[in-house]
Write a protein that binds this ligand. Structure first.
Ligand code: NAD
Length: 517
């Protein structure tokens, strides 16, 4: 198709007054659109529902961002039907044509970049740089998967056999249910949806109930890019109301899920049962949580380590699956690194994301705020709180200031359970062996990091640190599409590796055809 090679979309520079002005204008424009209504879109047609999802601004809960259709099993069934019908033509649409739609969606997203950043700020409570990185990542997924499909469209070579033509190629699976989290509402939703679509599947797209307006915007972008009706069915709703139905239905061929371990395991179990009339084993891609650790040894650049830990722990208020929630410091440098982490954490600006300087915005929702506040209470029992205050009034926004617990036992709850807030647990290790053992003492295995100048230890960690995404001497968040394929080990998920060279094949089935002449 004569495309330039894939390159990551550059981030916007917020020291450039031009960009600041454009975002302020977009915030004003989108501000005027708050409170709007978004129906479901099934088979290309708007579908009104009896109930609605009322989406709020987490920095100012009294502000309604939008009202979105709230599917019941009835609408979820309609969406599965529409996707089933559309599969008949979409599966036969040439891969190049499917790729072009992704490329066009990337162009639309680029044109609407400031507007999408503004929605991320209003609905996701994202600080500016985080919101921008979201849109850049969504564009990356579209550009990357469009090219990946072209690479895979003719299959892969097999060994020659005399007198025969042997071919090995991929075909789409069928109807996929895409279930997304709220923490990367544009990027993850766009990534999971575009991978499923470009490989020839049709989808029922269910965004998180907390970021359904952004879900509606993503659906709109695909429509603007020319995606035919029925290929993507926008089916917003509560997981507790339609999740099991979508997962268990016989029409569902695969489920692509990103979210918590609890929901992921539930989906995996329910998808394993064969519904009456079902003709396949459902495939489940489930990318789940983490309790990610950074290890620092005595040879490390301690300044860089403290910086990497603070950025990884508090970016988007710690609401990243990749966030550093455990810092494991060797005892000889423990106090010094802890001191430097505290200095940095104290300096972070907390508040509504009204300017590029704000680093820690609100938590996404009241339940999340209450969960994190609960863990702060647990932490006060289990360890020493060396930084942080009790959270304030949630009516004023779901803000929690950066919190550090020191002196915790590695087996304590705050060292074992995913908190998903700006809470860092600092642990002490005698030596590198013990540090690595503590890092691996978790049911999760998503991201991890080591700060060290010792070659032998780095090589050991390369093999022994149980994490799907491991980083040396840098922060552990911000995996780039095409550069650091993303997905964890163990109970962090099925290791689908989004943004990587194996991802699309998980959305297809391989076929071998032999013809004897
Ligand atoms: P969640 O599990 O609460 O919800 C995720 C999605 O599942 C939502 O759309 C929700 O409506 C839906 N859901 C809820 N119950 C369901 C059911 N019974 N059946 C089907 N769907 C159901 O997670 P969340 O709070 O939205 O997201 C945060 C979690 O996501 C964290 O644990 C985080 O670590 C994880 N996460 C993982 C990755 C990764 O790539 N591994 C990336 C981002 C977030």
């Amino acid at each position: 198709m004569g495309l330039t090679p894939f390159r990551n979309e550059p981030y916007l520079d917020w020291s450039d007054e031009g960009n600041v002005g454009k975002l302020r204008a977009a915030l004003e424009k989108v501000g005027g659109e708050l409170g709007g209504s978004y129906p479901l879109i099934i088979g290309g047609k708007p579908v009104e529902t009896e109930g609605e999802i009322v989406s709020e601004n987490p920095a100012k809960p009294s502000q309604v961002v939008g009202r979105v259709g709230r599917a019941t099993e009835r609408e979820a069934g309609m969406a599965l039907d529409a996707a089933t019908r559309a599969f008949e033509f979409w599966r036969n649409t040439p891969p190049e044509a499917r790729s072009r739609i992704l490329l066009r969606a990337a162009a639309v997203m680029r044109r609407r970049r400031f507007e999408m950043i503004a929605w991320e700020i209003y609905e996701g409570g994202k600080p500016w740089a985080e919101a921008d990185a979201q849109i850049a990542e969504a564009i990356d997924f579209l550009e990357y998967y469009a090219r990946e499909m072209l690479r895979l469209k003719d299959g892969k070579p097999v060994a020659p056999f005399p007198g025969e033509e042997n071919r090995y190629f991929y075909q789409p699976l069928g109807v996929g249910v895409i279930i997304a989290p709220w923490n990367f509402p544009t990027a993850i939703l766009t990534g999971m949806s575009s991978a499923a679509i470009v490989t020839g599947n049709t989808i029922v797209m269910k965004p998180s109930e907390y970021t359904s307006v952004i879900g509606a915007k993503v659906a709109e972008i695909f429509e603007e890019a020319g995606l035919p009706a029925g290929v993507l069915n926008f089916c917003a709703g509560y997981g507790s109301e339609i999740g099991d139905y979508l997962v268990e239905d016989a029409r569902t061929r695969f489920i692509s899920f990103t979210g918590s371990m609890k929901t992921g395991l539930r989906i995996n179990e329910r998808a394993a049962r064969t519904a009456p009339g079902q003709r396949w084993i459902k495939r489940v891609l489930a990318e789940m949580g983490g309790k990610d650790a950074i290890v620092v040894d005595e040879t490390a650049d301690l300044e860089a380590a403290a910086e990497g830990i603070a950025v990884s722990a508090y970016g988007y208020a710690g609401q990243k699956c990749s966030a550093c929630s455990r810092a494991i410091l060797q005892e000889d440098i423990h106090d010094e690194v802890l001191g430097r982490i505290l200095e940095r954490a104290k300096a972070l600006r907390v508040g509504p994301p009204g300017s590029p300087e704000v680093f820690v915005g609100p938590l996404i929702s009241r339940p999340q705020f209450e969960k994190v506040a609960g863990y702060i209470e647990v932490g006060k029992e289990e360890a020493e709180r060396v930084l942080g205050e009790d959270p304030g009034d949630p009516e004023e926004g779901y803000f929690v200031s950066p919190t550090v617990f020191a002196g915790a036992d590695p087996r304590s709850r705050i060292a074992q359970e995913e908190i998903f807030g700006p809470v860092l647990t600092v642990l002490k290790a005698r030596d590198f062996d013990e540090a690595l053992r503590i890092a691996n003492d978790s049911p999760y295995g998503l991201t991890g990091g080591v700060y060290s100048r010792d070659r032998e230890r780095l090589e050991r960690a390369r093999h022994e640190f149980r994490a799907g995404n491991l980083y040396f001497n840098r922060k552990i968040t911000g995996a780039l599409v095409g550069v650091q394929p993303f997905g964890g080990f163990d109970l962090s998920g099925t290791n689908a590796k989004a943004g990587g060279p194996d991802y699309l094949t998980l959305h297809m089935q391989a076929k071998s055809v032999a013809e004897r002449f």
